[in-house]
Design a protein. Structure first.
Length: 244
């Protein structure tokens, strides 16, 4: 495998795990994220084809990262592993909370794919992986803003999968809580982390590798007949009740 893939959020737990899995499979991986030091370290760790320091909400940065990732050869894959965890009761959520979550999770994903349309055509097709959350499929208190934004990502997945078929496949992964830096405010408390882990039929927190391995599969040709799907990686939490 020698196709190029761009991973937004490449220095985060999910993005870096996906990058490792794709690099091991022979993809030429290009990482994009805001933190230059972390990004450079993540790129060195996998001998990445390159990296771009850019904000996923900056249209010029998105265009630059896409151009640098494709290097005139096109893109065979795009992973938008950028997200937020805003947990507040409805009464405390502001308009800016809702808009910030929507911009980062849904609008950012749409713009990343939009910028990659020409490189996808140059590569004669591609695969896209976006990210939702278990909270978009099972209602949790204090999740209104992030669940609404991630629900929009699932709708976007379906719309793009239909519009871009058959040349570009678009799928979505909906994890439960992962033990990554993004979730550190929740998982740093051992008692809280253990309690949340125990809510899952498989009673542990997820890892970046749990999600990254599926993302890499969905990007690969082995998933060539899978598109328009939102797949849970959630320890069974969205569908199973094993107690009571």
């Amino acid at each position: 495998m020698s196709a190029r893939v761009l991973i937004w959020g490449g220095s985060g737990g999910v993005g870096a795990a996906t990058a490792r899995a794709l690099a091991q499979a022979g993809w030429r991986v290009h990482l994009a994220a805001r933190d230059e030091a972390r990004l450079a370290e993540a790129a060195r760790a996998i001998d990445a084809a390159g990296y771009t320091v850019a904000d996923a909400l900056d249209q010029d940065g998105v265009a630059r990262a896409t151009e640098e990732a494709s290097a005139g050869e096109g893109l065979g894959g795009l992973v938008y592993a950028v997200g937020s965890i805003t947990l507040k009761p409805l009464a405390k959520l502001t308009e800016e909370d809702f808009l910030a979550d929507y911009r980062l999770n849904a609008l950012g994903a749409a713009r990343a794919v939009q910028a990659a349309l020409k490189p996808f055509r140059q590569a004669n097709g591609a695969s896209v992986v976006l990210f939702s959350t278990v909270a978009a499929n099972q209602g949790f208190s204090a999740h209104a803003s992030v669940a609404m934004a991630k629900g929009a990502v699932q709708g976007l997945t379906l719309a793009l999968a239909a519009e871009l078929a058959p040349k570009v496949r678009v799928n979505c992964i909906a994890p439960s809580l992962l033990d990554t830096d993004l979730a550190r405010p929740l998982t740093s408390n051992a008692t809280m982390a253990q309690a949340i882990a125990g809510m899952h039929p498989i009673p542990r927190l997820g890892t970046g590798e749990d999600v990254g391995s599926l993302a890499a599969f969905l990007i690969s040709p082995q998933a060539s007949w899978i598109t328009g799907q939102t797949i849970g990686v959630d320890g069974g939490r969205s569908t199973l009740r094993v107690k009571g």
